[in-house]
Design a protein around this ligand. Structure first.
Ligand SMILES: [Mn+2]
Length: 318
């Protein structure tokens, strides 16, 4: 019998798994990837009675593979907050899915664990740009403003590390980053003791400075679209920078399009913070699009569809 942990390679995925494995330590096989690599369940080679945990990836995008794993006889616990569609009814499946805009997988895990490793759930929520949900969740911890800010920065950096078209864009492979987090019951000890924090912080600051020098391609009171060049810094910073713009201009929807090597665009889209819905609806109109109400993306938007995207965005948020 093998434990198989499948998780999104961002802050939320890492912090959700970390909470669960702090509560129930097991040696497990890790399956993850860049944040956008969400078709992870098909990578599972399960046997009967294996214990599979799937975190922070849309069930809708993994349903066929999930059904196969269930039919083999593995026991699956599935926790997520992305669009799920129909959830299979199977005696081997336990699903904890909550798609409300103010939660994330780390907060779902926290609820199940009754707050046992709450600081990591707060990091997860900050990572997913749920700033007010993170602050509310943190209240029982009675942290100082400076400590809360540290958790926010850690969430941002773990999230930042997940963005890229391939693992080679990233500072750390998400499985390695999870393993570096693993010895730390407290996020503050990770921040103080692991040099990964400094590496990510420095990388983030460099990428961020380059991002802020790029002006919007189109912008008005309701929407803004940015075009970023085909460079690793752009792929790494795009998602976190989109979150930042969303917080800065809370009534506006944002799309950040990073050019890929083949000329298509990798799209990060954010609904207005003051009305967190529609990002998934917009992105799902395109073949490789998906995500959740507040934050969604398109893996490969053909260059010739830029105008169509622009119009669809205007339609959705204009
Ligand atoms: Mn998430």
């Amino acid at each position: 019998m093998t434990y198989i942990d499948v998780f999104n390679g961002d802050a939320d995925g890492i912090c959700a798994l970390h909470q669960l494995r702090l509560a129930d330590p097991q040696t497990s096989q890790l399956i993850t990837g860049v944040k956008r690599d969400i078709a992870l369940v098909k990578q599972i080679h399960a046997k009967q009675d294996d214990i599979v945990t799937v975190l922070d990836i849309s069930l809708d995008k993994n349903r066929d593979a999930l059904n196969k794993v269930l039919d083999i006889g593995a026991k699956v616990t599935y926790m997520d907050h992305h669009f799920a569609g129909n959830i299979p009814e199977h005696s081997n499946l336990t699903a904890h899915i909550d798609t409300s805009a103010e939660t994330c997988t780390g907060l779902i895990a926290n609820k199940i664990l009754e707050g046992k490793h709450l600081p990591w759930a707060v990091v997860a929520a900050f990572g997913d740009n749920l700033l007010s949900a993170a602050r509310t969740a943190a209240e029982p911890l009675s942290l100082s403003d400076a400590q809360l800010q540290q958790l926010q920065t850690l969430g941002t950096l773990l999230n930042y590390n997940g963005y890229g078209a391939s693992l080679s864009d990233l500072y750390f492979e998400p499985a390695d980053l999870y393993q570096r987090v693993q010895p730390h019951a407290s996020p503050f000890s990770f921040i103080e003791e692991d040099k990964a924090y400094v590496t990510l912080n420095d990388g983030f600051n460099d990428d961020h400075a380059r991002a802020t020098s790029i002006e919007a391609h189109t912008s008005d009171a309701k929407i803004a679209i940015y075009l970023f060049p085909n460079e690793p810094f752009a792929r790494r910073i795009s998602g976190v920078y989109a979150n930042e713009l969303a917080q800065q201009f809370p009534d506006r929807a944002h799309a950040l399009l990073s050019e890929s090597a083949d000329g298509s665009y990798l799209v990060s889209c954010r609904a207005p913070v003051n009305n967190r819905e529609g990002a998934d609806e917009l992105c799902r109109q395109f073949e490789t699009g998906g995500g959740r109400k507040a934050a969604a993306g398109i893996n490969s938007l053909p260059a010739k569809e830029l105008e169509r995207f622009s119009q669809a965005m205007q339609q959705q948020f204009g």
